[in-house]
Design a protein around this ligand. Structure first.
Ligand SMILES: Nc1ncnc2c1ncn2[C@@H]1O[C@H](COP(=O)(O)OP(=O)(O)OP(=O)(O)O)[C@@H](O)[C@H]1O
Ligand SMILES: Nc1ncnc2c1ncn2[C@@H]1O[C@H](COP(=O)(O)OP(=O)(O)OP(=O)(O)O)[C@@H](O)[C@H]1O
Lengths: 216, 216
């Protein structure tokens, strides 16, 4: 069974530690703030107070067996870089770090971070995209430039059949399914008529999807 | 054209302001820190230095025409609650606020926030889920308990046909498409054989998806 070490118990680190623990994973949770350690101690396998920049202190904790480390030490650039270096030297194969900025992310990758995450920028992008395209409910990128989207039926499509709309010819998209209330109709036929509150799950290039989402 | 006001230019607010502006939207960006205002001033329509808890100061800015307000004022519970109340009184119809905790989120909703977002917890959940199920690449929830997932082909499926695997009978899932390199095969037929590096886009209940993702 894989073992996990979470360094830094801010909102991000704490949520990762608790979610992994709830899934039955063995988690070592580390923070220098005793209140944070105390608050999580009944929710994870091991909650330890330690300074993540103290190589000696960390070396007593048996972290070399960990498979994945997740580091999130707030706005302290130096602390997260140091912690990454230390855990890399312990031989932990996967190190995920919450980054402060793209530049910080580049430094982290140079010193051994496998992945750098940017929760605020990521959510900001999704909020902005939802504002820009409110009728796109979900989005799976399949390939560069090619996606599946779930998309609210525009008024001008309502009551029409898929044959009549000919989305493949007019927009270049394929309709994978129609969602109607609690029903999902997979691979709808040409004679299926689209109702007012249907959502369509379609597949196409990002350009086709952009054109179709502008339809009123 | 819709108008936007962004209050608080931390990493989240700044990214929302810039992304909306890049999409051609008129954005008013507000922060009390003159350096933050200065840094964004060439990227948005209006960058204004103001205290978001100062009702008088905000009332001079013509914000009543805004359609959407996005508030992210850091860990200051009182500041974001006050700013929400003020912008609600200006009649702004949609108010999105970056929350500090679920309790804070409840208060914000009571005083007029339309949506409360939690970027750190959201990303933490996604990082943890990706660790728990590394072969699930993407996930679109369609209905409560029913999703589309993109899923790496397990070794035991490789070389078999869809008919041979009978995923519908054995796991209850439908295969929407097979992705192979840069090719996407929609609605594959029973005789299609699955290759080693294919990914499958399947649809099913969350329970079925959980069972199939555990397959080795
Ligand atoms: N040297 C260190 N060793 C161990 N823990 C540390 C060290 N420096 C900071 N921390 C801890 O890291 C955590 C960082 O959380 P903080 O809320 O400051 O920032 P954050 O990573 O932006 O958090 P969030 O996930 O809430 O956005 C705190 O709990 C703090 O006690
Ligand atoms: N009363 C206020 N009026 C206007 N701006 C404010 C007020 N209080 C705080 N701010 C601004 O809000 C921003 C909050 O960003 P900060 O980085 O502290 O927190 P955050 O919301 O957690 O940010 P991030 O999006 O980076 O996670 C800062 O730029 C700060 O100057």
């Amino acid at each position: 069974m894989r073992q996990f070490v979470i360094v830094g118990l801010g909102r991000f680190g704490k949520k990762v530690a608790i979610t992994l623990s709830q899934a039955g994973m063995p988690v070592v949770a580390i923070d220098k703030d005793p209140r944070k350690v105390e608050a999580i101690s009944d929710k994870v396998a091991y909650a330890i107070r330690a300074d993540a920049t103290d190589q000696k202190a960390l070396s007593t904790l048996g972290l070399t067996d960990a498979d994945v480390a997740i580091i999130s030490l707030g706005d302290l650039l130096e602390a997260s870089v140091l912690a990454t270096i230390i855990l890399k030297e312990f031989g932990i194969p996967t190190i995920i770090v919450k980054g402060i900025s793209p530049e910080h992310g580049r430094i982290l990758k140079l010193v051994g971070a496998t992945t750098v995450v940017f929760p605020e920028e990521d959510m900001a992008l999704r909020v902005a995209q939802k504002i820009i395209s409110p009728n796109i409910l979900e989005h799976i990128p399949l390939l560069p430039g090619y996606s599946i989207v779930e998309f609210l039926t525009p008024k001008s499509f309502q009551g029409k059949t898929l044959l009549g709309l000919n989305l493949r010819r007019n927009y270049g998209v394929e309709v994978l399914l129609i969602k109607r209330g609690n029903e999902v109709k997979m691979i709808p036929s040409a004679m299926d008529r689209i109702n007012e509150n249907d959502t369509l799950v379609i597949m196409g290039t990002d350009e086709d999807i952009r054109r179709i989402h502008l339809v009123e």
